[in-house]
Design a protein around this ligand. Sequence first.
Ligand code: NDP
Length: 464
Amino acid sequence: MENNINHVGVIGLGVMGASLAQNFASKNHNVAVYNRSWDKTQSLIDKGVSGISGYQDLVDFVGSLESPRKIILLVKSGDPVDKTIETLLPMLSEKDIVVDMGNSNWKDTERRYNEYAGKIRFVGCGVSGGEEGALHGPSIMPGGEKDAVDELLPLLQKISAKDFNGNPCVTNVGIGSAGHFVKMVHNGIEYAIMQGIVEVYDILRSFDLGTGQIAEIFRKVDYGNIQSYLLDITINILETQDKVDGGYLLEKVVEEAKAKGTGGWTAQSAIEFGVATPSISAAVIARIMSARNQSYVTDKLIDDLKEMRTTKLTEPEIEAMITPIFRTLEMVYLSSYLQGLDLIKQVGDEKNYQIDMSEVTRIWQGGCIIRSQMLTMLDLFWEEDKIKSHKVLYEIKKDIAYIRMLHGKSHTPKPVLNATYDYFQSIFAGRLPSNLIQAQRDYFGAHTYRKVGEKGDHTGGWNQ
Ligand code: NDP
């Protein structure tokens, strides 16, 4: 074994780890790789990528790294992360940096950050972009001890995607679990935008349009603020023919969407910290509903109600839908980002993450799943009070009726479109009927209420 020859080590050579190791190597880094089972290490070695050295023994792997060691974990989140770090600890020193790049729950990251303090420098780091991103340039969200993250940045800058100005899509996100918190919210936003897109697809299906025609409509709206990765891949998916049996491949896919948990964690965190994220929460619930495990719904009932789902439209009527679809999607993108960023801002302030919000929107401009043109304008929201005056919100106020136009014409379920509509309605309403809620609470539970223009709490005074 040769000592100190590798600049960085990667543990976990699944989809993400193997791609990231190749990305490091392509940027002239010597990379040590290790996987629990040898077969994945062997297949990476077989690719013959120069700069990658595979190790069968963790001691040799650690010994091959230059000091302070930088070790990236891309193993399954949860217990495997703890187990891997526990195994590594006796071989490492307090200056070594261990970076968990998996989709770990930020609460686990917070625990690990405290648990490993003084033993190693632990960094919880989100990464987005899937296999392609990991290979050619992901968006990277590291958080933890400031010095450790700053020390990592030059390495991560080389492998990351680039923003709209050509700068690396990586930043020191903040203290403690900030990196994984931001990545979790990124995924929550991803859930909402994806669900918003598929609800528009469902509306179009209900107008008896074919998959190819729907692809053409999405092509017409993939511009301006919402020109984005998720719309691009949606068009590609809609246009894909089944290479084996012909016909559109999508039409053969079972209508059930799975989830790995990050969307649910976002919705849970929003409720825990009292931040409203209705579009994100609705998207999480839509995935649960897609399992169709409501025991009271029978196939017969679904068949009986089927005819309600189709509304035939004429060509001019379809053409007239383009603007409402564009505006509706624009509202879905904006509400998803705003809700997610609001959550990051409020939790960040409470936990003292010290997050620069404009950096968050900047590092999402390239490489990640939720990249879109809209991100260029979002940092404007983070100056004091800008959120109230930004012209896009005024436009949304004008355009909000477009969601209703789409809604009125079809009978498909639209959890995210409805939540988005209600989110903006609640913001613009000026008045909310919460006076009556508080009165009800006081009536049955003496929870007190405040009177307009008066100081202090009141209770009672209601007719019995
Ligand atoms: P894969 O399923 O492709 O690989 C999982 C890896 O974890 C394998 O190397 C596996 O080793 C290792 N592993 C599983 N259990 C253990 C264990 N108990 N001890 C040690 N190693 C273990 O996963 P991905 O590469 O897709 O994902 C890795 C991480 O990155 C996850 O946290 C995931 O959520 C996250 N992520 C994934 C993205 C994606 O698009 N796929 C995007 C962003 C983040 P073995 O071969 O021995 O089973």
